[in-house]
Design a protein around this ligand. Structure first.
Ligand code: PHE
Length: 349
């Protein structure tokens, strides 16, 4: 292009056109004014085009030079326009990107993050303790038969213990019910497996009962250990380990005689009150102890239902309410709060 400028010195008319047009191209500040520059200098009425059109009328010896230079100027200007157009588009894009910039490093709108319900947290905590002791998790159906829920648990028809369970029956199916406890899983496991058996069975259970300490659905965790030479000392030792892991090493347990149809002897296990440290308060009704679960040595009659050799094996079983454990641990007074789904309650845990 410098050569062109050099050569144009001998042709002031073309040189002026080229100089002016080049300056206008450089000066155009946006694509629209650049387009106006193109029309002005390369349009049909532009001095350059008029000049090119007049070449045929020039003297023969001037024609080739004028034609060549004129076309070179046109090509040079077209190239300059194209280059300028790209420059302008690029800078426009850069400006837009700068103006519309989004700071992706800003923290986003926080999305409310949930967590496990207190019942699940408590259940998992209990499961972890027993898994650590070598127990395995077993499950059974929530819709059960009379046989597994009562009969095979040494609770024959007409047994007074049945009426204390406030059972939901399935309409039209007198032998089908919502399980009132997790104990039927004991039978289902023993039917399938030979001793030794060390299982826990967590799950939902149902009773027709509703007040501050009862809901029609709640959760239990069953435990069953069957092996040779199992004694009540094993039961006590196991539950002591559980209670101390769950409520703290300072807690003591005690056994009180009780009755369950499927254990003999049967006990209720109390934990020393964690609120008054045993000296007596409202929570423990001034006794210093809180009831936490039922347990006992598996009644040989139960082994009879699953064909276990009662001369060879013994066992212990226990059953606890998850809600009750959670309430004691977190000093709650109303069981219904678990199921109200009030976030002000749920978020506290
Ligand atoms: N199934 C009993 C109940 O729901 C608890 C229990 C389980 C007691 C195992 C002894 C042994 O009340």
């Amino acid at each position: 292009m410098n050569n062109l400028t050099e050569e144009l010195k001998a042709h002031p008319g073309l040189s002026d056109i080229y100089g002016e047009a080049s300056a206008d191209v450089e000066a155009a500040a946006d694509p629209e004014s650049l387009e106006a520059v193109r029309v002005k200098h390369l349009g049909r009425k532009s001095p350059l085009l008029q000049l090119l059109r007049s070449i045929p009328k020039l003297p023969a010896e001037e024609k080739p030079v004028a034609g060549r230079l004129g076309n070179q100027v046109r090509a040079a200007l077209e190239q300059a326009l194209l280059t300028r157009k790209q420059e302008l588009e690029e800078s426009q894009l850069r400006e837009r990107l700068a103006a519309e910039q989004v700071d992706i490093t800003l923290p986003g709108e926080p999305f409310p993050r949930g967590h496990l319900h207190l019942i699940t947290q408590t259940l998992w905590e209990i499961e972890d303790i027993f898994i650590g002791l070598g127990y395995r998790i077993a499950e059974g159906p929530e819709v059960e038969t009379d046989y597994y829920n009562f009969t095979a648990l040494n609770t024959p028809e007409g047994h007074p213990a049945r009426s204390s369970h406030d059972t939901f029956f399935i309409e039209g199916h007198p032998d089908v019910l919502l399980r009132t406890h997790t104990s039927p899983v004991q039978i289902r496991v023993m039917e399938q497996e030979d001793p030794p058996v060390y299982i826990i069975a967590p799950g939902r259970v149902y009773r027709r009962d509703s007040d501050a300490t009862h809901t029609p659905m709640f959760h239990q965790l069953e435990g069953l250990a069957v092996d040779e030479n199992i004694t009540m000392a094993d039961l006590k030792g196991t539950l002591e380990v559980f209670v101390k892991s769950m409520f703290g090493a300072e807690r003591e347990i005690r056994m009180r005689p009780h009755f369950f149809p499927f254990t003999e002897p049967s006990v209720e296990i109390d934990v020393s009150c964690m609120i008054c440290e045993g000296s007596g308060c409202r929570a423990c009704k001034h006794i210093g102890w809180l009831e936490i679960l039922g347990a006992g040595m598996v009644d040989p009659n139960v082994f009879g239902f699953v064909d276990y050799d009662t001369d060879r094996v013994q066992g212990f079983a226990f059953g606890m309410g998850i809600e009750r454990i959670a309430m004691l641990k977190h000093r709650m007074t109303d069981l219904r709060m678990f199921f109200d789904n009030d976030l002000r309650f749920i978020k506290q845990f």
